[in-house]
Design a protein around this ligand. Structure first.
Ligand code: ASP
Length: 326
């Protein structure tokens, strides 16, 4: 009898051990970045320059996570670098509205608590992602827009929230892009997109996600896309995954894409990879763009249905990838 009890106890230990391994984290930390989905650029100079910025952003993300700092820190630091580069549609490189102005959107979300912060239509904040984090930490709100968000930024008087003149965002490339559109040189939806995003899993098992964008070129003054809308362009929940999207924002809002991926995992028990695949290939409710994510075990996904998506990823097991084109 004693022997039988021992065998049963051992079998249970093996069973639960295997279960723990199956559900357990596969990597100590993981990070994934996108620099927007759209048409893949073929210009070697642009490719090399974008690669260099992604390499720098990924390096800072890895160093942050390796040092034991939080996934929120990693996401904010990575996105700040991309916002400071004129090569991505966010911060300095943000596309212009039909009025020829910049209106920037950003979101950050903490998968441990579902705390989140977002800003929409800001015009004078160098790093909207940091302002989104301030909304999360320092207010009881989730989303601040337009003048109210700009005033909140100015009043903060915080070195992380640098206030800049509108000219800072008017890069030659974006002025030229708007001119082409105005002169009816039609850009396809795929050419109009950009945006940056980052998802990270830290050593404590916490996932964070963030997204920052100038939106769609030639957008109406006052238009918000999916990027500042929690559940559309960004979502994070430690029990499932963190998600950041890029693409035609209206598609992502209508279909609550980031939350839908979480819900498919949570209630439908779907794996992240197939959940992302399904929403990107939904014939009844089509969307155009790309999605990055990390699940609670540290698996990374980077999928898109456009010509290309700039992306980068790394984890503690040795993954280190940077792709600018297809
Ligand atoms: N999703 C962004 C928006 O609609 C644009 C993009 O990802 O390129 O504002």
């Amino acid at each position: 009898m004693k022997q039988l009890e021992l065998v049963m106890a051992l079998s249970l230990m093996v069973f639960f051990g295997a279960l723990a391994m199956a559900n357990g984290k596969q990597t100590e930390y993981a990070i994934v970045i996108h620099g927007g989905a759209g048409s893949a650029t073929t210009d070697p100079v642009v490719i090399a320059a974008r690669q260099a910025v992604l390499e720098k952003a990924l390096g800072i993300g890895i160093a942050t996570l390796e040092a034991g700092d939080t996934s929120l820190d990693a996401v904010e630091k990575v996105i700040r670098i991309l916002e400071d580069s004129p090569l991505f549609n966010a911060g300095r490189g943000g596309v212009l509205t039909a009025k020829g102005t910049n209106e920037l959107d950003a979101t950050i979300m903490n998968g441990k608590t579902r705390a989140c912060g977002a800003v929409g239509g800001v015009t004078k904040v160098k790093n909207p992602i940091s302002l989104a984090r301030k909304v999360m930490i320092e207010t009881r709100h989730v989303l601040l827009v337009a003048e109210g968000a700009d005033v909140f930024a100015t009043d903060l008087d915080d070195p992380m929230i640098e206030i800049v003149e509108p000219e800072y965002f008017r890069t030659e490339k974006q002025v030229e892009r708007l001119r082409r559109i105005r002169e009816k040189e039609q850009l396809s939806d795929r050419e109009k997109m950009g945006t940056v995003g980052c998802v990270a899993l830290d050593k404590y098992g916490n996932i964070a996600a963030g997204t920052s964008t100038g939106g769609l070129v030639n957008k109406k003054h006052g238009r918000l896309g999916d990027s500042p809308i929690i559940g559309a362009g960004t979502y994070a929940d430690n029990t499932t995954c963190g998600i950041s999207c890029t693409g035609v924002g209206e598609d992502f809002i209508r279909n609550a894409i980031a939350y839908d991926i979480h819900a498919r995992m949570r209630y439908g028990k779907q794996k992240m990879e197939s959940a992302v695949k399904d929403v990107l290939n939904n014939e009844k409710h089509p969307i155009v763009g790309g999605i990055i994510g990390i699940d609670h075990r540290g698996f990374i996904t980077m999928q898109f249905n456009t010509g290309g998506m700039a992306r980068a990823a790394a984890d503690s097991k040795g993954l280190h990838l940077i792709e600018v084109g297809k």
